[in-house]
Design a protein around this ligand. Structure first.
Ligand SMILES: [Zn+2]
Length: 200
């Protein structure tokens, strides 16, 4: 059995190591940093976690994170209401916003189809997307999912679902690093993929 600290410090290490991207050593380093930090700094950390859990919610329209629904993008009259860019996660909205090329709206699925993790179409925010298509404002759906197996499976599923409807369905051009996440693509690559999007 691995050696463990007693009580609270070990519980903090365990809490940090359960976070994505933090291994046991990193968790130990952060826990000891917190232990040695001034009380106010540790308190700020606690408060920001509490605040995010209390205030942040998901936009009723697009599923993006926000503090008031509809979110700032959905509520912005300058955005092009004829285009919806479908992404997996809120962080992907940020990746596409950073390109400064896209002026349409978004729809956040909340993941991708992944049979290995028991995630099917019904677990994703797809019904809400279909609802949004009830208005004749939407002319184009850009499917911008991660260039990996789950993203591909979901893109195929969505294009079958959406193509019979009276809307143009496009996807990002290839050229994104395969197997990765949109967030790892630099702005220029993502910008080009968006610009070179093709109909499915
Ligand atoms: Zn929204």
């Amino acid at each position: 059995m691995a050696l463990a600290y007693d009580g609270a410090i070990q519980r903090l290490i365990d809490a940090f190591s359960s976070l994505p991207g933090i291994g046991p050593k990193g968790a130990q380093r952060i826990a000891f940093y917190v232990l040695g930090a001034p009380d106010e700094e540790a308190q700020r950390l606690v408060e920001s976690i509490t605040e995010v859990k209390q205030k942040v919610r998901f936009c009723d329209v697009c599923g993006n994170v926000c503090e008031t629904s509809p979110c700032a993008i959905c509520a912005d009259p300058r955005r092009d209401r004829g285009t919806i860019c479908v992404v997996e996660e809120p962080k992907d909205v940020m990746s596409i916003e950073r390109t400064r090329e896209y002026r349409g709206l978004y729809h956040v699925l909340g993941g991708a189809i992944n049979p290995m993790a028991n995630v099917g179409p019904n677990d994703l925010n797809i019904a809400q997307l279909l609802n949004r298509l009830q208005t004749d404002e939407v002319k184009e759906i850009i499917v911008a999912l991660n260039p990996n197996i789950e993203g591909e499976a979901t893109t195929t599923y969505l294009s079958r679902l959406l193509t019979p409807l009276d809307v143009k369905v496009t996807r990002l051009a290839s050229g994104l690093p395969v197997g990765g996440d949109l967030e790892y693509a630099d702005e220029i690559t993502l910008s080009r993929a968006l610009e070179g999007r093709r109909e499915v």
